[in-house]
Design a protein around this ligand. Structure first.
Ligand SMILES: [Zn+2]
Length: 274
């Protein structure tokens, strides 16, 4: 019996020492960095000295009523890379300065690379409505896709699972499930025209429009205002139009809106006003 346990321990030891840990070193960096941030938020508030004439309080008083800030937007991307492994390597190299909370591989494997409460570097210079720091209150989800191929069913199934979880966990409204090209229309085109936004909206992630065959455009309908109401950065109107077309019309055709397309814009705008 004693011999059995010796063999058992040897087998377990060999098994664990052989199990793959290709990111052992960068995982240690993650733990170290997250501990530094934890230390930062457990520190007490510092009284600011605003000016020489600033009246300092006679005593310290911290509130007892607080929580932790939560993500409120989900930004979906495609990786524009050739494999999930390539993306994991990109997100674990300090020099790249890019990351995401979740990476979904073609076979549906889910890598949760960063705690949802921490700030990933996925959106870059971006804007949604008046929010100019999308990284600070969003969750970034990268889908392994080269920008040409269709998304696999396994990926979409995993994605739906993640979206359900984060929507419930952080109480994220349906309209705040958007794409990278929506928040960075001048720079980005992902998750691209093959992404199934309509199907996602039917599950409560993102908004979609009703049938536009009976829609009559208001005489003073203004494309720029409509895009702005939805959330697009309209500093460059054509970029915003292109991003809208990718998301709601599944086309990379970069031209002004046709009248039927303007009706779609109007119908989406009405959804955002509701
Ligand atoms: Zn992206």
């Amino acid at each position: 019996m004693k011999l059995f346990w010796i063999y058992f321990i040897i087998i377990i030891t060999v098994f664990y020492s052989c199990s793959p840990k290709p990111y052992g070193n960068t995982n240690k960096v993650y733990v170290k960095q997250s501990k530094l941030f934890a230390k930062k938020i457990t520190g007490v508030p510092v009284n600011l000295i605003i000016a020489d004439s600033f009246k300092k309080p006679l005593y310290t008083a911290y509130t007892t009523n607080f929580g932790i800030r939560k993500p409120n937007i989900v930004v979906i991307h495609y990786t524009a890379q050739n494999s999930c492994e390539q993306t994991l390597q990109t997100f674990t190299k300090t020099a790249t300065q890019v990351s995401a909370h979740y990476v979904i591989c073609k076979d549906g494997t889910l890598h949760h690379m960063l705690n949802d409460y921490l700030r990933a570097w996925h959106a870059g210079i971006s804007r949604w409505g008046n929010n100019t720091d999308v990284n600070s209150n969003s969750i970034g989800i990268e889908i392994d896709n080269n920008g040409v191929d269709s998304f696999s069913n396994a990926q979409i199934n995993t994605l739906l699972g993640v979206l359900s979880f984060v929507k419930k966990e952080y109480n994220i409204p349906a309209e705040n499930f958007i794409g990278h090209s929506d928040v960075a229309p001048a720079r980005k085109i992902d998750p691209g025209i093959l992404f199934p936004w309509k199907a996602l909206s039917e599950k409560g992630f993102g908004l979609w429009y009703n049938d536009t065959s009976t829609v009559t455009l208001p005489v003073d309908f203004n494309v720029k205002y409509a895009l702005k109401i939805i959330g697009y950065d309209v500093k460059n109107l054509q970029n915003a139009i292109n991003a809208f077309k990718r998301h709601y019309l599944n086309t990379a055709n970069e031209a002004l809106f046709t009248k039927p397309e303007e009706k779609v814009l109007y119908a989406v705008m009405l959804k955002y006003l509701n």
